[in-house]
Each structure stands twice: as structure tokens, then as C-alpha cells.
Write a protein that binds this ligand. Structure first.
Ligand code: NI
Length: 170
């Protein structure tokens, strides 16, 4: 398994819209495995393919603390079952040190395909529901910073660009 490089804000590639997946083959399986490995290494609970510069509609999620509950979600779409909004406080592996409160649908009905291309359905609320909505935002080129004020957004942009300069020099 390979640890993939995670793009960080404000990398413009994070804004690309991902395309649907049509081939359910070994290559897709490998991408999903590498993404799960990368997510575990970076201690995340969700990762969208966009974040590792793969612009296909593929997401991995694992809310367990021990890597025992991996979920691979392909070509997701959802319907809102309870349109009451809840405030979810979120972070993102592509925006280190940043946290943002986001209004999310309370309960969703997700339809997706698994690695074999079989259609699956899942009803999700709480952390899982928020995480799915966050990752689908990534596939559409949307980021947590888009929910922040422009002042907060420019501050984090400046901070992350500075830390990138430091990294490049070392
Ligand atoms: Ni994220």
C-alpha cells in the first residue's frame, strides 16, 4: 500500500469537480486501499479522492478508532431525510489546523456503489452523516473554508502558504 500525497489548501486542484466512476476493476480497488492507508496514517476519519489528486467520485470513511470499519463509497448521491440543520464542527486533512462550524442536514439517505459496482443504500445521521456530506463537498470542489468568513479564509490561506514555504526550504 502506498501513502498518497494529500493536497493542501489553497491548491487549485482541490477545486476540480470529480467525474463518475465506470470501471470497477483492480485499479479502483488499489486506489481505495491506498486512500484508506493514507487516511489512517494521517489520523483522519474520511478522505475524498480529490484530496489525493484523483478526480473521480470515490470516498473512504472509517469512524472507528482502530481501522476496523472501512467504508468505500463510489458515485454517491443523497437525499435529505430531515432538513433540520445541525451545526457540525469540522476539520479537514487538506486544511491543517483549521476548524469550522458548518450547517449540515441532520439525516440523509445515501445511495452509492461499492467496489464491485453493486448499488448500496445507507441512512446516516450524526457524525457519519456529516462526514459523508463533507466528503461529497470535496468531490464537488467545495471546501470547509467556503463556509468561513472571508477574513478567516484569508488568514488560513496566508498561514498555510507560509508553512509551505518553510517546508520547501528544508
Ligand atoms: Ni476534508
Amino acid at each position: 500500500m502506498n501513502r498518497l500525497n494529500i493536497l493542501t489548501f489553497p491548491d487549485p486542484r482541490l477545486r476540480k469537480k470529480a467525474v463518475p466512476i465506470t470501471a470497477f476493476d483492480k485499479e479502483l480497488e488499489k486506489k481505495a486501499k491506498d486512500m484508506l492507508f493514507t487516511m489512517y496514517e494521517d489520523k483522519g476519519i474520511g478522505l475524498a479522492a480529490t484530496q489525493v489528486d484523483i478526480h473521480e467520485r470515490l470516498i473512504v470513511i472509517d469512524l472507528s478508532k482502530d481501522g476496523s470499519d472501512p467504508l468505500v463509497i463510489i458515485n454517491p448521491s443523497y437525499e435529505v431525510l430531515d432538513d433540520a440543520l445541525e451545526i457540525s464542527k469540522e476539520g479537514c486533512l487538506s486544511i491543517p489546523t483549521f476548524q469550522q462550524e458548518v450547517p449540515r442536514a441532520k439525516k440523509i439517505a445515501l445511495t452509492y456503489q461499492d467496489l464491485k459496482g453493486q448499488t448500496q443504500k445507507l441512512t446516516a445521521d450524526g457524525l457519519l452523516g456529516f462526514c459523508i456530506q463533507h466528503e461529497i463537498d470535496h468531490l464537488n470542489g467545495k471546501l470547509l473554508v467556503d463556509y468561513a468568513s472571508s477574513l478567516k479564509r484569508s488568514r488560513i490561506k496566508e498561514k498555510l502558504m507560509k508553512s509551505k514555504d518553510v517546508n520547501n526550504k528544508s
